[in-house]
Unconditional design. Sequence first.
Length: 322
Amino acid sequence: MKSRTMRLMSLLAVLALLLAACGDGGAEEPATTAAGGGELEGDIVIDGSSTVTPLITVAAEDFQIENPGVRVTVATSGTGGGFEKFCVGETDVSMASRPISEEETGICETNAIEPVEFIVANDALSVIVNPGNDWTTCLTVEQLNTMWGPEAEGTINIWNQIDPAFPDQAMNLFGAGSDSGTFDYFTDEINGEEGVIRTDYNPSEDDNVTIIGVEGDVGAVGFLGLSYVLENEGRIIALEVDGGNGCVAPSAETVIDGSYVPLGRPLFVYFKAESLQRPEVAAFARYYADNQESITQTALFIPLSDEQAAQQQAELDEITGD
């Protein structure tokens, strides 16, 4: 209910902007034109999730082509690092691969920052291995827990400790660091508690570091978002995951139909409510909403499901009274 309310607020802000942009004669101005009829100008500062960064970078680049007077900067501090900046007012938009936490919401409230949530795409958090790995194409959630749980630290370092059928091959682990929403999501779903994981792995807030690490070691394994798998086809391989109903590969289809469990997830951006009052920020929000399908396709992300899109339309109808 809370996230739905925040999305309603954001949509209301955008609609208010569009109504203000109408001329005296009643003709509607383009969505990317300022209320006074001139070109949009200003700066939009975005930071946060490395998983969401490629998606918002595409949106920012396309938006700036149509609005050369607006400068959109996109940085990557991880989901947690992004919220740290957002909740003290340093950014207009925070990218996140998980919902904002109660603690982060409290910090925002202390600083009079009101976060407005948008679901921008879907993702399949993927378990990746080296192309030279010829002993497995699928791991169960239980095997992943054996591999990544805190009890594995210093003891589970060989593939045949995961399954006796696997070879006596050293296992080197790579994945997201603790500031990442991907880290939070993976540890919660695989190890049963957010933030609980063995510490003797190679963490990074930059998913490209995980790609390079897995690519360079035949026994390596890591976890990251599906878009990085698609961008680096041939360099690494995504395993199927058995969440209890058989092995399922990460893909747009399996996330949308709900069969890729438990690692299918939505992705978010959070707008600062005060920033949404600025024409250039509200126009960027509307631009993304109007073009989300093409943006997600270009960035190799999974678009909103029919159900998610229908929910957004229902919220628009509720606001406009249609």
